[in-house]
Design a protein around this ligand. Structure first.
Ligand code: FPP
Length: 245
């Protein structure tokens, strides 16, 4: 009997990252290359985000974080900002039932108080409906900035110190981490940025201290399951030492 060779890649299922963070870059360039408006790129990017969430769930990766909107993204043209808010709302409205069925928990990293009211309402509803879920943390960084997150933590800790809730010696890495949006979650083991850019852009500055980075050349809407798996394989080939030898 003749067996066909499968295309399955040799991913080690027992050595997967516990937390993968994504900088979904290149939606605008993806659209431009096709002569389409930028928002079409963000729409295509959202479709890929869904596929990557599903693939992560299949692989039993417990925590995934997507950089959807930064504190700096408000500087984009009003049409694009409004379009991104609409995409977010549409995403939650159409996907929330499936997210709930799959027992996935939505966490938002960032201050959602300044979002347009209709977007904030939808986000809060999604958080509320998924609060008690434990299958996977699906984190969305929204109006998020790494420096902003650190300043917030410093202010909260200073307030606790001033009111004598904590002593100076109580301040350590663990206490600091507990004041971040990612409280209680492991730091990312792997960060993937698409589109060939190789920078952090103010993303999870504290949490990526020992994270492995994979920079992929493809624009985010083209970053499919196969490319995701090859990024995971690259991660598996790295030798993580955490400062030891
Ligand atoms: C970066 O590409 C992408 C963004 C700033 C937005 C990403 C947001 C989404 C894909 C929507 C997320 C939706 C949900 C539901 C979480 P860019 O526009 O900066 O690309 P460019 O560098 O090619 O211009």
């Amino acid at each position: 009997m003749f067996f066909k060779k499968t295309k399955e890649m040799p991913i080690e299922l027992d050595n997967l990252p516990k937390h993968v963070a994504f900088i979904m870059d290149g939606n605008g360039r993806w659209a431009k290359r096709r002569g389409l408006p930028r928002l079409m790129g963000h729409n295509a990017g959202t479709e890929m985000l869904k596929r990557i969430v599903i693939e992560s769930k299949k692989l039993k990766i417990e925590n995934i974080t997507f950089y959807a909107f930064s504190t700096e993204n408000w500087r984009r043209p009003e049409d694009e900002v409004n379009g991104l808010m609409d995409i977010l709302v549409k995403f939650f409205r159409s996907e929330i039932d499936e997210i709930v069925e799959n027992k996935v928990k939505i966490n938002i990293f960032g201050d959602i108080d300044v979002l347009p009211k209709y977007a904030k309402t939808e986000v809060l509803r999604a958080i509320e409906r998924t609060q008690h879920h434990t299958e996977m943390n699906f984190n969305i960084a929204l109006n998020y900035g790494g420096r902003d997150e650190i300043i917030r933590a410093v202010k909260e800790i200073a307030t606790e110190y001033k009111s004598e809730k904590i002593a100076l010696d109580d301040i350590d890495e663990s206490l600091f981490s507990d004041h971040l949006f990612s409280k209680g979650l492991p730091d990312p083991d792997l960060l993937i940025r698409t589109s060939g850019e190789q920078r952090l852009s103010n993303f999870m500055l504290w949490q990526v201290a020992y994270t492995e980075f994979v920079f992929d050349e493809h624009y985010w809407p083209d970053f499919d399951e196969t490319l995701y798996r090859s990024a995971l394989i690259k991660y598996q080939k790295r030798h993580r030492r955490f400062g030891a030898i």
